[in-house]
Write a protein that binds this ligand. Structure first.
Ligand SMILES: Cc1cc2nc3c(=O)[nH]c(=O)nc-3n(C[C@H](O)[C@H](O)[C@H](O)COP(=O)(O)OP(=O)(O)OC[C@H]3O[C@@H](n4cnc5c(N)ncnc54)[C@H](O)[C@@H]3O)c2cc1C
Length: 307
């Protein structure tokens, strides 16, 4: 079964955009192919092989992790495995290592990319969930050759629908501030034990504590999927901000989460009731874990490689 007709490996973003333009909508960006090959197989079964694939994994600026002045730049074609292996990201963005470290199995992580996770635009991509909690920005090279940095959430338009048209545009990379003193992050996920099942729920948390480590100074939380696109749990964040690090505060946050977040029943994931229970479980695990990392400055990723 032929899945595509032409395969290109451009070495610059400009070249990739020109190739996409030359196919006028009949070409498509491919990175690790872990999501796309499934779609191509389905299309080929209906006698529609893709006319051209533009492989962006040979573009140097898209395959690097660069850290400058506490800001981490990750190319969209960086694999989950490369992120997991980065000590700087483990220390400064522990949640991202924890989320990339549970994507699929080793084979998927070795080729699957952070950019593919975001461009696929599912509401519960694990890498995406942590990028949202890290308040990341994404750089897009649009079909007209212009480049733009956008808040990560602006890319998500619906389940599987991205602002990026992968037949025309290229997602170049991401940037976010690494955790400084008094800051920490954590990611936790509930998943059926089988490797290929969809996550039931994921939760990424970033916190900044006050200098005395007595209060939450600032908090960002992303729980997914609880809506058609990834969302910040802003009401939960508001309940924590400026409040003491007591169990009572956590209980108030969980109560607000139950009132304001509305996961659906999904035959592929779990019932709404079960997932609401799991929101509490995940918040009670991830928030204290992020707080502990912020308090001690020790951030060792947990659960990586468990699939
Ligand atoms: C067995 C299995 C298990 C999986 N488990 C998980 C899991 O646990 N958690 C999870 O989040 N995901 C999981 N996935 C989904 C997938 O592996 C990830 O989303 C992965 O990050 C996708 O990256 P990729 O490089 O393979 O994307 P590709 O398949 O190459 O591309 C995906 C889509 O994004 C577009 N695209 C890719 N890169 C760019 C770019 N730079 N610019 C513009 N468009 C682009 C492509 O055109 C395509 O539409 C799993 C997949 C499989 C097959």
């Amino acid at each position: 079964m032929q899945l595509w007709e032409n395969y290109h490996t451009p070495s610059t973003v400009t070249e990739a955009l020109a190739l996409l333009a030359s196919y006028n909508g009949a070409g498509r960006v491919i990175a690790g192919g872990t999501d796309l090959l499934i779609d191509l197989q389905f299309a080929a079964e209906h006698q529609q092989p893709q006319q051209a694939l533009i492989d962006i994994t040979h573009i140097p600026e898209m395959t690097n992790i660069v850290i400058t002045d506490g800001v981490c730049n990750i190319g969209a074609a960086v694999t989950h495995t490369a992120i997991v292996q980065s000590e700087a990201i483990e220390h400064g963005a522990t949640c991202l290592v924890e989320s990339c470290g549970v994507v699929g199995g080793p084979q998927v992580r070795n080729v699957g990319t952070l950019g593919g996770n975001v461009a696929h635009a599912l509401p519960a991509g694990d890498g995406t969930t942590s990028l949202v909690a890290l308040d990341a920005e994404a750089e897009v090279a649009w079909a007209d050759g212009s480049r733009e940095w956008l808040p990560i959430l602006d890319l998500f338009k619906g389940p599987g629908v991205s602002a990026i048209d992968s037949t025309k545009d290229v997602l170049v990379g991401f940037r976010f501030a690494l955790c400084k003193t008094h800051e920490g992050s954590a990611f936790k996920r509930i998943m059926r034990p089988q490797g290929v099942a969809l996550p039931i729920l994921g939760c990424a948390v970033w916190v900044r504590l006050d200098e005395q480590h007595a209060h939450y100074d600032d908090v960002r939380i992303c729980l997914a999927p609880v809506a058609p696109t990834p969302v910040r749990a802003t009401e939960v964040e508001a309940v924590l901000r400026s409040q003491p690090l007591h169990n009572d505060t956590l209980t108030k946050a969980v109560t607000i989460a139950r009132e304001t977040l509305h996961p659906r029943t999904s035959k592929y994931r779990a019932t709404a009731d079960y997932r609401l229970e799991m929101i509490e479980t995940l918040l009670r695990q991830a928030i204290p874990m992020a707080v502990e990392r912020a308090r001690t400055g020790i951030a060792e990723a947990e659960g990586v490689g468990l699939g």
